[in-house]
Design a protein around this ligand. Structure first.
Ligand code: ADP
Length: 351
């Protein structure tokens, strides 16, 4: 009875659990283990199911020396590479469980996502440090020069101060974008409660960017639906989305001479399953090679790092856009063809 309830308990655990006998054969596996490793486990030698030296050694230690161990192992199961934390513990002899000479239990915990998240965090910190260090190094160099060689040269001093101002501005923008990103990420699960008129937001974004468009020789054109276009949303965040997209279109697609901002009403958007408003920011610039499209919204991903830096880009604009759109339960669609320009569409639920 006691063993039966032990087994029922192990069956209910969502992690894979295996019971191994003294001959290193699998005696029993819970449902999660069968799902992970395939249905036909009983009677198989453990080593033929999971060929992992670290696991084999831990099993050996449990069976021969009665030691418990936790080991990290990289396994492949169901055609997928994964990282698991295995808890291997000795099991006392128990004839009722067909373990006359004792055995061992092995519990597996899938830590693949955890390790991936950790690697992403490390990459992010490394990227941020690098991005901050570049302007900081320039600033320190100029401070040195102003103290020494350029001390009494007013012309050089002015020139260096203007470069220093630009570099400090770059750091300021980066810190601003990092703060935006962390704020958006932290409230991504909370749906915006306000209501927004997209016409007003788009007009604001276009007005703000007119001084950037004009010197670049780019005409900003509003097309499609006009009048009040209401949808649930956070006006400041949506302003940020469309400013980022329009600014990118001017910066990277400005060679086409025009940027169109078009709104269409969709009666039933299949993925959002309801009425929606679609805003497309389209340029006629050089476009983006297809291989870059899936990665464009990653933090710090740029097609041309040098060009992005020259334009004062932080590499975070589209990552911020993606998170804000996700918070609004919307979709972001990027279409582009080399030489034909790019179209960035934001589809927002309207009801
Ligand atoms: P950045 O600060 O570099 O502009 P973003 O996240 O806003 O960062 O954009 C990432 C990259 O996507 C840019 O560096 C650029 O290479 C590319 N990109 C964005 N918008 C466009 C566009 N309209 N046309 C061509 N390339 C674009």
């Amino acid at each position: 009875m006691q063993n039966l309830s032990t087994i029922a308990l192990a069956e209910a655990v969502p992690f894979p659990i295996l019971l191994i006998n003294a001959q290193e054969k699998i005696l029993w596996a819970n449902a999660a283990a069968l799902r992970l490793l395939g249905g036909d486990l009983a009677g198989k030698l453990f080593v033929t199911v999971l060929r992992q030296p670290a696991l084999g050694e831990a099993l050996e230690a449990a069976l021969r020396r009665g030691e418990s161990q936790r080991v990290r192992a990289r396994i492949s199961a169901k055609g997928r590479e994964m990282v698991v934390m295995a808890s291997v513990a000795p099991m006392p002899a128990d004839p009722a469980l067909e373990l006359p000479q004792g055995g061992a239990t092995i519990g597996l915990e899938d830590i693949t996502a955890l390790e991936e998240a950790e690697a992403m965090r490390r990459d992010f910190v490394a990227n941020v440090s690098h991005e901050l260090r570049t302007p900081l190094t320039a600033l320190m160099g100029f401070i040195e020069t102003l103290r020494g060689a350029a001390k009494d040269d007013p012309v050089a001093r002015d020139r260096f101060l203007s470069i220093m101002g630009r570099e400090a501005g770059r750091m300021n923008r980066l810190v601003g974008d990092l703060l935006s990103l962390s704020r958006v990420e932290s409230d991504e699960r909370r749906r915006p409660t306000g209501s927004v008129d997209l016409s007003v937001v788009l007009k604001g974004a276009m007005q703000t960017l007119a001084p950037v468009a004009e010197p670049a020789g780019v005409q900003l054109i509003r097309e499609g639906e006009t009048g009040a276009l209401r949808c649930p949303g956070d006006p400041d965040q949506l302003m940020q989305v469309f400013s980022n997209l329009i600014e990118n279109a001017i910066k990277y697609g400005g060679s086409g001479g025009e940027v169109r901002v078009e709104v269409t009403k969709i009666a039933h958007e299949p993925v959002l399953r309801g009425p929606a408003l679609k805003v497309t920011v389209a340029d006629r610039g050089e476009g983006i090679d297809a291989m870059h499209l899936p990665r464009l919204t990653e933090r710090f991903y740029r097609v041309d790092t040098h060009r992005s830096r020259e334009q004062g880009g932080t590499g975070l604009g589209l990552a911020i856009v993606k998170h804000i759109v996700a918070r609004h339960r919307g979709r972001l669609k990027i279409e582009s063809e080399k030489g034909q320009g790019s179209r960035f569409s934001v589809i927002l639920p309207a009801g």
